[in-house]
Design a protein around this ligand. Structure first.
Ligand SMILES: Nc1ncnc2c1ncn2[C@@H]1O[C@H](COP(=O)(O)OP(=O)(O)OP(=O)(O)O)[C@@H](O)[C@H]1O
Ligand SMILES: [Mg+2]
Length: 341
């Protein structure tokens, strides 16, 4: 690795630092973190000096893998080689460009510190298109893109738009639902030595829902696999009934209604920033609104980004808009400042 990927200049011939392996795939749950850890351990066992970098701050899977490995080695009195690990948290700034600059700084400084000391740097990226993830792809010497071994995913390889590399999500490919259903049922059967099957009515209802516009499949394959896993597990004697399907549909609806669930339970955001007295003085009307605003803020990297999302419709009708300013004033009404959220 050298700084060429980060700066845009190309001095690849002069590359003398660590070899950077980036595990990336915008699709969630495809095996990035697991692959990153396996590569790291395999290289360690081959005698190389290895550093790992976790850019997925939301999940920190690789960070946990590394921590667990160290903990287990200590507890068991074993001499297990553990990679040198670093994790880059996403920066929060009022302006997206500032946040990106800060993330750039953190990653480049972190890498500069380890570049010359290690033979390999293994980078795990989030299952989302983030600035840090793009940066990592730019500095990769080797890019590893794990794929799920499903028909949906293999078929997808043939459908990648040659020019834009755009990948359609599962919700945009209703024709893939049924073949993938068979695949998931067979996979469950192989693991549990029991072949699950739907009643006719249940199967029709499930497919009707699963291919409807209402089915968001926000987690793509992960959502779908988990859904079949749940129904197969809950079905008595492997027979999935209409009741199993109805329950599962409700479960999925609830999950998809909470796109911001990672920011916490509905009232968490309010309780975090307002003390008990101020919370008690809020009208239920304001409480709902403010809570949603705070949850959006928690997911946004800048005040402008949050403002753009929150005022997405009304901003179309104004000749000049300053969403960040509107949001700043709204928060100020409750004595809140972006920096303190
Ligand atoms: N080669 C594999 N074979 C079978 N299961 C696997 C394989 N690799 C990973 N898995 C399993 O798939 C699941 C997702 O793996 P992992 O967390 O590594 O994916 P990810 O791409 O990092 O997900 P995310 O996008 O959420 O970060 C885990 O339960 C993991 O144990
Ligand atoms: Mg991961």
């Amino acid at each position: 690795m050298n700084a060429s990927g980060m700066t845009g200049s190309a001095h690849d011939d002069a590359r003398r630092g660590a070899h950077v392996i980036v595990c990336g795939n915008e699709k969630g749950g495809s095996g990035k973190s697991t692959t990153a850890m396996h590569i790291a351990v395999a290289l360690l066992r081959s005698g190389y000096k290895v550093a790992t970098v976790d850019l997925d701050s939301r999940q920190l899977s690789l960070t946990r893998y590394v921590e667990n490995r160290s903990r287990w080695a200590r507890k068991a009195g074993l001499e297990l080689a553990v990679p040198h690990h670093m994790h880059v948290p996403p920066a929060r700034r009022e302006i997206v460009a500032d946040a990106e600059q800060e993330e750039f700084r953190q990653l480049s400084e972190g890498l500069a510190g380890i570049d010359r000391q290690f033979d390999f740097v293994i980078v795990d990226t989030p299952g989302a298109d983030t600035f840090l993830s793009r940066l990592a792809h730019r500095i990769a010497d080797t890019l590893v893109t794990p794929m799920n071994d499903s028909f949906v995913d293999l078929d997808l390889l043939a459908r990648i738009d040659l020019w834009t590399f755009a990948l359609p999500g599962l919700a945009e490919r209703p024709e893939d639902i049924e073949p993938n259903l068979e695949y998931e049922l067979a996979r469950w059967a192989a693991r549990h030595k029991l072949q699950p099957s739907f009643t006719r009515e249940a199967r029709l209802r499930f497919l009707e829902f699963a291919t409807s516009p209402e089915a968001a499949w926000t987690g793509n394959f992960r959502d779908f696999a988990a859904c079949i896993e749940r129904m197969s597990t809950l079905a008595e004697h492997g027979r999935i009934t209409i009741d199993n399907v109805r329950e599962e549909i409700e479960r999925l609806r609830r999950a998809w209604q909470r796109p911001l669930q990672n920011a916490g339970r509905a009232e968490d955001a309010l309780e975090r920033v307002l003390d008990h007295d101020r919370l008690a003085r809020l009208d239920p009307f304001d409480r709902v609104q403010l809570n949603e605003v705070l949850r959006v803020c928690a997911r946004s990297r800048s005040l402008s980004e949050a403002g753009r999302y929150l005022f997405a419709s009304s901003r179309q009708n104004k000749s000049s808009t300053n969403d960040a300013d509107r949001l700043r004033k709204y928060l100020a009404k409750y004595g809140l400042r972006w920096q303190e959220l």
